[in-house]
Design a protein around this ligand. Structure first.
Ligand SMILES: Cc1ncc(C[n+]2csc(CCOP(=O)(O)OP(=O)(O)O)c2C)c(N)n1
Ligand SMILES: [Mg+2]
Length: 345
């Protein structure tokens, strides 16, 4: 949500102490903003899960719970005009770019107030205004589209970059490697952000890929990369800044392998037989990005009451979005015949 933030500023709230080492590169304002944005995604997703359980959301719905630090940390590195494109696990990305919770939730419930007038659903929302280019259900398909967006950026010479997100499973797809080749060849301003949450649908990355360090996947084409603690919003932002600077300087693509984790099932139905409860519990208890940010803020001297205000604000936004998503009317029948075909001449 915070775009073009100044990493160099040292202004802090109240009588805060210097931020601890693991908050390196983030001012207290930025950390608080990151906390708020991560919490908004978490609460939004929890509510979406509830509405799904009540039968108010149909079709596929992939929740982003656990991975919030990735998209929020990366968004802190962007400027207006930059683009974001991702897979079907996309609600967090939309909210991070500043899209309205109301419009996203109403799209999930298939209502006319949704971003695609209720006709797209969870995986198909876009906002050119916020630089969000979807929402793609075909695993890996968005990677070549992201390279294409970056090609347009290069062509326009406007200094913008495209963040292209995909999963550890998608990272094995052939078109991803074709995209690496062309991105390196044309020095495209694209950051390939691999969200390695350790699993495809139900197959562990270890069993699906011979590549154990995905940040090196671009090495045949000379694309630099880094492995990043994707559960730590400050680490994400620091790596994101390096990648963005590389791209804006015209030096071509960059790969960031975010080591992250999803707490919920792959989609809304998931037999959960491919990992233990203990594994999930351990990540939640020891590496949760929101809890970490909360601790950092409290240790830096932020009054608990201020965090409570943020929690309440977030809760209100999510409650309002759920209300809107249930009261917004269903699309009119005539909508069956609109937005389905673009006549090319
Ligand atoms: C081309 C294609 N093959 C298979 C599928 C079915 N599918 C949907 S999600 C998924 C797993 C992808 O895992 P990953 O890229 O790690 O992303 P994650 O779900 O973990 O975010 C698969 C195989 C699909 N949608 N598209
Ligand atoms: Mg995955």
């Amino acid at each position: 949500m915070v775009q073009g933030a100044d990493a160099g500023t040292t202004k802090r709230r109240g009588k805060a102490k210097a931020p601890p080492a693991n908050a390196e590169g983030l001012t207290q304002e930025q950390m608080l903003q990151a906390y708020r944005d991560m919490l908004l995604i978490r609460r939004f997703e929890e509510k979406a899960g509830q509405l799904y359980g009540m039968g108010l959301i149909g079709g596929f719905c992939h929740l982003y719970i656990g991975q919030e630090a990735v998209v929020v940390g990366m968004q802190l590195c962007l400027q207006p005009g930059d683009q974001v494109i991702t897979s079907y696990r996309d609600h967090g990305h939309m909210l991070a770019t500043g899209m309205e919770a109301r419009g996203v939730m109403a799209e999930l419930t298939g209502r006319s107030g949704g971003y695609s007038k209720g006709k797209g659903g969870s995986m198909h929302m876009f906002s050119r205004e916020k630089g969000f280019y979807g929402g793609h259900g075909i695993v890996g398909a968005q990677v070549s589209i992201g390279a294409g967006l970056a090609f347009a950026n290069m062509y326009r010479e406007d200094g913008t970059v495209c963040l292209t997100y995909y999963g550890d499973g998608a990272a094995n797809q052939g078109q991803v490697f074709e995209s690496y080749n062309l991105a390196a060849l044309f020095k495209l301003p694209v950051i390939f952000v691999i969200e390695n949450n350790k699993y495809g649908m139900g197959t562990s990355a270890d069993r699906a890929s011979a590549s154990k360090d995905r940040s090196k996947d671009g090495s045949p084409w000379g694309i630099p990369g880094e492995q990043v603690d994707g559960m730590d919003v400050a680490a994400v932002k620091a790596a994101g800044e390096r990648a963005v600077a590389h791209c804006r300087a015209g030096r071509g693509p960059y790969i960031l392998e975010m080591q992250t984790y999803r707490y919920r099932g792959h989609s809304m139905s998931d037999p959960a037989k491919y990992r233990t409860r203990e594994e999930v519990q351990k990540m939640r208890e020891q590496h949760d990005c929101i809890e970490t940010a909360r601790k950092i803020l409290l240790e830096a001297g932020l009054p608990e009451a201020e965090l409570k205000t943020v929690d309440d604000d977030v809760k209100a936004i999510v409650a309002d979005s759920a209300e809107f998503a249930q009261t917004s009317p269903e699309p009119d029948e005539s909508e069956l015949w609109t937005d389905i075909l673009l006549e090319a001449r």
